[in-house]
Design a protein around this ligand. Structure first.
Ligand code: ATP
Length: 247
């Protein structure tokens, strides 16, 4: 890539029939950034994210993600990214270790690297003693951390997280964010959607989608300054209140 951006999206658009879910969005994300992707329910976040992950083809426009074109090289995109969906895809009946092994295979991690990396991940997560426990027996906060570890097991250039901390308390959310920071330190870029405004504060830059478009994009500090707001909650409310799509 000529520059250091991990995402360059230009006019990215998705229509379902006559309905435009994502409407000509353009933005870039730099290497090592934590990029927050916010918006009310139905604003178009998941649809945009699925296109960026090479899982859905844009109707118009496009993007380069991790050096690959999402339209002409979707398989290249998939190899170079990690993705943790809202209903993260761990296998509940398999053990912690078996899940790691399975995803390592899917992401084509070299055989000789799987065992040592698994060891590192289990220790990092603090669940080494639970390695043979079935995933369904783990608390939700642990499952989320495991799903994240699995999504970055192959050390992708960027990881996409779709509401990764839904349903857990602020302490578990904070712990999850510590893992995000560690991943960033290892050079992984993070693209994250969230409904929690405390999490928006942890991002380097935040984009707020309104009815398929980007209503605002800047650092949390600049957004608060621009909108004369004390909190990101207030910024979000001001930008999103004009939205036609709603809860
Ligand atoms: P949430 O936070 O609720 O996940 P979101 O911002 O991720 O919301 P999307 O799931 O991207 O929003 O949906 C954007 C809009 O596109 C919604 O109005 C949704 O109903 C519509 N939509 C999404 N997928 C399809 C589809 N396959 N067919 C038709 N409409 C769709």
């Amino acid at each position: 890539m000529a520059n250091d951006n991990v995402i360059e999206a230009v006019g990215l658009t998705k229509r379902f029939g006559t309905f435009t879910a994502v409407d000509h969005i353009s933005f870039s994300v730099g290497r090592g950034e934590i990029f927050g992707f916010l918006g009310a329910n139905g604003a178009g976040k998941t649809t945009a994210m699925r296109m960026l992950c090479g899982l859905s083809r844009p109707t118009e426009g496009g993007a380069i993600v991790a050096g690959c074109n999402i339209v002409s090289q979707p398989e290249g995109v998939k190899r170079n990214i990690g993705y943790m969906s809202q209903r993260f895809s761990l296998y509940e009946d398999l053990s912690v270790k078996e899940n790691i092994r399975l995803f390592a295979g899917i992401y084509r991690v070299k055989e000789r690297e799987i065992a040592p990396r698994t060891e590192t991940v289990l220790k990092r997560l603090g669940i080494y003693d639970e390695r043979d426990t079935q995933v369904k027996r783990l608390p939700l906060g642990w499952k989320q951390k495991l799903a994240f570890s699995v999504a970055i097991f192959h050390e992708p250039k960027i990881v996409f997280l779709d509401e990764p901390t839904g349903g857990v308390d602020p302490v578990a959310r904070r712990q999850f964010w510590e893992m995000i920071y560690e991943a960033v330190e290892r050079g992984i870029t993070v693209f994250v959607t969230t409904h929690y405004m405390d999490e928006a504060e942890y991002c380097d830059r935040v984009s707020i989608m309104v009815d398929g478009r980007i209503g605002a994009l800047d650092t949390p500090g600049n957004l608060k300054w621009l909108y004369g707001a004390e909190t990101m909650d207030e910024v979000f409310f001001r930008i999103a209140r004009g939205a036609k799509r709603g809860e």
